[in-house]
Design a protein. Structure first.
Length: 149
């Protein structure tokens, strides 16, 4: 049980680095046509974006891991699937609810960490093309954004 919890936490933290890599090299790379509307749409223009298809793309490994871990009892696969899922939930709350306000909640915070996350993401979105981007992560924020809040 303890090893499973360690694997869940390790997977969650690994996902931050995987998400950074995927955002920089996949979403701003060969799958830019799916991510582009997230950068160039007019606010409030569409509630659903092509970019939302990444939810399915990134949820698929978690679903596979959970199915294999529960039905076939393959060791350590279930905790990996759970770790990926927890990261996906965190992504939804931080990115979609807190940063982009897709549902108007979590608006007024004075927490420096959350304000730094919001500032870094705003800097990421100032780039409207797939090139010259910055701040591709979600939870790990460069220190310079803490100084600006």
């Amino acid at each position: 049980m303890t090893l499973s919890i360690i694997i869940i936490f390790a997977t969650f933290f690994f996902m931050e680095f995987f998400a950074w890599f995927a955002h920089k090299y996949i979403m701003h790379g060969f799958l830019w046509h799916l991510h582009e509307d997230h950068h160039v749409k007019n606010p409030g223009e569409h509630w659903v974006e092509k970019n939302d298809s990444f939810f399915i793309i990134f949820a698929t490994p978690a679903i596979i891991c959970i199915i294999l871990g529960t039905s076939l009892s393959i060791p350590f696969v279930l905790p990996i699937g759970i770790g990926i899922t927890i990261y996906g939930v965190a992504y939804f709350f931080v990115h979609d609810l807190f940063i982009h306000q897709r549902i108007k909640v979590l608006r007024k915070t004075k927490n420096r960490y959350f304000l730094a996350i919001r500032r870094a993401h705003k800097v990421h979105h100032k780039h409207l093309s797939k090139k010259d981007g910055e701040c591709f992560g979600m939870l790990i924020v460069p220190m310079k954004y803490f100084k600006k809040v």
